[in-house]
Ligand binder design. Structure first.
Ligand code: D5M
Ligand code: FE
Ligand code: ZN
Length: 512
């Protein structure tokens, strides 16, 4: 009778708070050797905090189980997120040449602000004032390409400098790298700082090697020496990121980084991806600690992206490809927050920066309440850890332009982006860039994690305190990739322990 009374007061309490108790949960409670009213009070307190829980007003068997045998320190794992930057609402595209002029001006100004944080930037002088000081030496203007114009391949005439400026006067300039050409034993660098344009020769091996890692159109700072042989580059540097200690999560929460699902493609590895999704919902100790899922673009395969793509598609309708994405992501447990950005295969505009998926034709992606749909690139903060998500289109141009880089180690190419403090520096290559008034591809703030995909090869590196992750793919090798000599490493998810920034690769490839 005492038990019945206790159950009655528990039930009345729940009802008074707008909660119902599932019959199975009721049965479980009746058998409990505990203060039942107190248990119900605690559960309601806990559930009340998750105001959006779908079964918020119903007490289930699982709630009681969770309460009487809490798994690990689940409740203690925090989940705080903030969007630091999303290009979607900021898209402000101008027309043609004028637009590109604004874009490059913005790039220049943002980059100079980054340089100004370095102690050696105190010496920066304007090119125009350098020219005034040593006008005779610099009179013969180098033929540089206009900003926003692809480099012309014709070699410009040799620039001759007079001898009268010999005497090792050095000065420092900073601007955008407009051209880079090999000339006999030297490399000619042309820099523009909006006060003027200047050409100088890199002759030492050290400077030439560093110059080879620079991307065209990125910001650089150069120390120059006026010699009888002309202007020589004594030192050239990228804005770069400083050595730093990254932010950490207080609790051992995990973020899972994935990209390049290519749903709709015949090569989408559905079984492996479902195995991954199953793991997210499993009792696995690590899976239980996952609070965030970052998806770095190419969710679908799209249509008309590469020649004869339709032969490789199982679903030719992009909206239906997107609906399939939504269906699969709907199985991600609701306590995991999803952040998704588009890639070059996804619906919406192709040019960078890309706004978030258009709502129309997104197959209901926006209806998942644990999914945040963002543009490319996007900057998010997860439990205090700043993650720069960028699909990685420009990696094709970087890998093609910088000697020593290849598709098998994309993290090295991603280092070039961090050094350039720009996600897509090269203009006029394979990566379409929109004439935005503001250059949103400048890496203004140092990220704790740089997450890209696109290359379909998993690669992880640490650079000056920033964790670099290329998260591979869930698509096996396509014919096109075969002809390009690209060997993907699909079916691997990268887990990052946000309290240590330690990455763990988890392989979901099924061996048959
Ligand atoms: O890119 C998948 C892979 O294919 C990635 O390594 C880049 C490479 N790729 C994509 N497009 C091209 C072109 N046009 N040339 C050379 N390599 C390319 P995805 O974006 O998934 O198709
Ligand atoms: Fe891809
Ligand atoms: Zn891609």
């Amino acid at each position: 009778l005492a038990l019945q009374n206790e159950m009655f007061s528990a039930l009345s309490y729940a009802t008074s708070k707008g909660f119902r108790i599932h019959p199975d949960a009721f049965a479980l409670l009746s058998g409990l050797d505990k203060d039942v009213l107190n248990v119900v009070k605690e559960i309601i307190l806990l559930k009340g905090r998750h105001e959006n829980a779908p079964d918020g007003s119903l007490i289930l068997v699982d709630d009681i189980k969770n309460f009487i045998q809490p798994r690990h320190d689940e409740v203690a794992i925090e989940q705080k997120s903030r969007i630091l930057l999303d290009p979607t609402p900021k898209i402000n595209t101008a027309e043609g040449a004028e637009g590109y002029a604004a874009l490059f001006r913005s790039r220049f100004e943002k980059s100079m602000r980054i340089f100004s944080q370095r102690p050696d930037s105190k010496r920066i002088t304007k090119i125009s004032s350098v020219k005034q000081r040593s006008s005779s030496a610099l009179e013969s203007k180098p033929q540089s390409r206009k900003k926003g114009q692809p480099a012309d391949q014709e070699s410009s005439r040799e620039d001759k400098y007079d001898n009268e400026n010999a005497g090792a006067a050095t000065f420092v300039v900073a601007g955008l790298l407009m051209s880079k050409r090999s000339k006999k034993a030297a490399v000619e660098l042309v820099i523009d700082d909006y006060s003027g344009t200047l050409s100088a020769l890199a002759v030492s091996e050290e400077v030439k090697n560093y110059a080879s890692t620079l991307a065209l159109d990125q910001a650089i700072m150069m120390e120059l020496e006026s010699t009888s042989a002309g202007l020589l580059v004594r030192k050239v540097v990228s804005p770069d990121i400083p050595d730093h200690i990254s932010n950490r999560s207080k609790s051992e929460a995990y973020a899972v980084l994935i990209s390049d699902l290519h749903i709709g493609s015949r090569h989408f590895m559905e079984a492996e991806f479902k195995s991954f999704l199953g793991w997210l919902s499993s009792e696995d100790e690590l899976a239980q600690r996952v609070r965030f899922l970052c998806i770095g673009g190419d969710l679908v395969d799209g249509t008309g992206i590469f020649p004869e793509q339709d032969k490789e598609l199982v679903e030719i309708d992009v909206s239906r490809q997107m609906a399939r994405v939504t269906q699969l992501l709907a199985t991600v447990p609701k306590h995991i927050k999803i952040f998704a950005i588009p890639g070059n295969h996804d619906p919406g505009r192709r040019a960078l920066p890309q706004p978030a998926f258009p709502v129309q034709g997104s197959g209901g992606l926006y209806s998942l309440d644990n999914c945040t749909v963002l543009g490319n690139p996007a900057f998010v903060e997860l439990n205090g850890v700043k993650i720069l998500m960028y699909h990685g289109q420009s990696l094709d141009d970087i890998i093609a332009a910088v000697p020593g880089l290849s598709y098998s180690n994309p993290a090295e190419a991603m280092k070039v982006l961090l050094r350039a403090r720009h996600l897509s520096p090269i203009y006029g290559g394979r990566t379409p860039i929109a004439p935005e008034q503001e250059d949103m591809m400048v890496i203004t703030e140092v990220p704790d994690i740089l997450h890209s995909g696109h290359v379909h090869v998993v690669d992880v590196a640490s650079y000056k305190g920033t964790l670099i992750v290329n998260s591979g793919a869930w698509q096996s090798q396509t014919k096109f990739q075969q002809t390009m000599g690209i060997t993907p490493t699909p079916g691997i998810a990268i887990l990052v322990n946000l309290s240590t920034l330690e990455p763990i690769g988890r392989d979901f490839k099924l061996t048959q």
